[in-house]
Design a protein around this ligand. Structure first.
Ligand code: HEM
Length: 415
């Protein structure tokens, strides 16, 4: 679909050629809290597109609650109960699990992994760059996130490819490249109690059963063993299954698509690679590519009472969708919002859901991985040429480049 500024953001097809930024730009300007009419039995919803309104709603979980579902689709209470994770709870309940898992993903905890990430990223790049023509997504962007997550969670390395495939099917449940069960094309009723209404959720539940029974051994050093062995009361087996699915879904594609966005921008604008090599501003560049990617484009809240947001009256029970992808490009906050300004600082983007209790658990891990990939890539590569236009996920939830055929020009001595 061509983005004429008036696409329906509730329709996955509106995103099949990339994020419809013209539409979001118009909404921010003309109708920042806009209503999408109900379709096919799905209730209508509000879209919040301005940075300030997103932060306001995200910071008020008592009014804009996560505890009735966080994606646009409607859920019955039974479906909600079967599928919910701590991401679908509000404070103070949310704090219990968040406190349990936070230390494992904190900034200091991640710093301990820096040398391991360097080793793994070097291995991934050195393998990928032996070929002059590569698919940057398959050979680089996809590889590191699961390797690292597997390490942190303590999963057997042999299982990681299978887990990536299942994570893709969950989070890419509206894209036929990732699943045969395309959510808006089939009757997914049979899977309504599974994560993302996907049969991949059932496969992952079975996998967790094997962890719980001890058939699949997880490392005693990993987060999973620590959560399972925690003295704190907290996670039932059902909670643990959903927590596992959340990590597999949230911890892969997001970082992959941020790395893919970095590669895409560096190939599209070769000056950036020169600038990066000259300034070595890896950290700000990583944040800038994450801002531009904002791969989890929205999360939903539900109004717990009549409320006002951005001048709009919201009714109790209304679904309110926070478009983080739009907040990250709000012209009222970001100068040259569509450009990659690699030394941008400060960079108050909304890609990680900042400003709310649910801000990303894996933020420090993702930022570190992307920063290190940029640094090691720059040491090895002088120029990237795109061989085809990239293809994008068909989803209004997860945004990313799926394939990025490119030619690599190595720096002399880097072969
Ligand atoms: C660039 C990469 C990433 C992006 C852009 C991203 C984005 C987000 C966003 C926007 C939220 C807020 C959700 C909400 O408001 O309901 C979130 C939460 C979350 N993220 Fe990430 N994420 C990334 C990487 C990761 C990684 C690597 C992990 C794995 C550990 C992860 C695990 C989670 C979890 C568990 C939550 C829920 C936290 C809570 O509810 O307290 N994310 N992420």
């Amino acid at each position: 679909m061509i983005d004429d500024g008036f696409l329906n953001v509730g329709d996955h097809d509106s995103f099949a050629n990339g994020v419809p930024h013209k539409t979001f730009e118009r909404l921010r300007r003309e109708n920042p809290v806009s209503w999408t009419e109900p379709t096919d039995g799905m209730r209508g919803f509000w879209s919040v597109t301005r940075h300030a309104d997103i932060l306001a709603a995200n910071g008020a979980p008592d009014v804009f609650s996560s505890a009735q579902g966080i994606r646009i689709e409607d859920q019955t209470h039974e479906e909600y109960l079967a599928r919910r994770t701590f991401q679908e709870t509000d404070p103070p309940e949310h704090r219990i699990t968040r406190k349990m898992v936070n230390p494992a993903f904190s900034r200091p905890a991640m710093q301990k992994y820096e040398s391991l990430v360097r080793e793994m990223a070097a291995e991934v790049l050195d393998t990928a760059l032996t070929h002059p023509e590569i698919d940057g997504v398959e050979t680089i962007a996809k590889q590191l996130p699961m390797l690292m997550l597997g390490q942190i969670l303590g999963l057997p390395r042999d299982d990681l490819d299978w887990l990536v495939e299942k994570g893709d099917a969950l989070i890419g449940n509206s894209d036929p490249d990732f699943t045969d069960f395309v959510i808006d094309k089939i009757d997914s009723d049979a899977y309504r109690f599974m994560p993302f209404r996907s049969p991949a959720g059932a496969d992952l539940y079975d996998y967790v059963d094997k962890i719980l029974s001890g058939e699949t051994k997880v490392s005693s050093e990993g987060v999973l063993a620590r959560v399972l062995g925690s003295a704190e009361p907290g996670m039932s087996a059902a909670d643990f299954k959903n927590f596992f699915c959340l990590l597999i879904a949230a911890g892969n594609d997001t970082t992959r698509y941020s790395i893919a966005m970095s590669l895409y921008r560096l190939a599209r604008d070769p000056v950036l690679l020169d600038q990066l090599a000259a300034t070595q501003c890896w950290e700000t560049a990583a944040d800038e590519f994450i801002r531009l990617a904002s791969p989890t484009m929205h999360f939903r809240r539900t109004a717990t009472c009549d409320a006002e947001l951005g001048g709009q009256a919201i009714g109790k029970g209304d679904k309110v969708v926070l478009w983080f992808v739009s907040g990250s490009r709000d012209e009222n906050v970001f100068d040259r919002p569509h450009d990659a300004v690699i030394d941008r600082s400060p960079n108050p983007n909304t890609a990680f859901g900042q400003g709310g209790p649910h801000f990303c658990l894996g933020m420090w891990l993702a930022r570190m991985e992307i920063r290190i990939v940029l640094e090691l890539l720059c040491q090895r590569v002088e120029r990237l040429d795109m061989l085809e236009e990239p293809s994008w996920t068909r989803s209004n939830f997860i945004c990313g480049v799926k394939r990025l055929p490119m030619r690599v020009h190595l720096r002399s001595g880097a072969a």
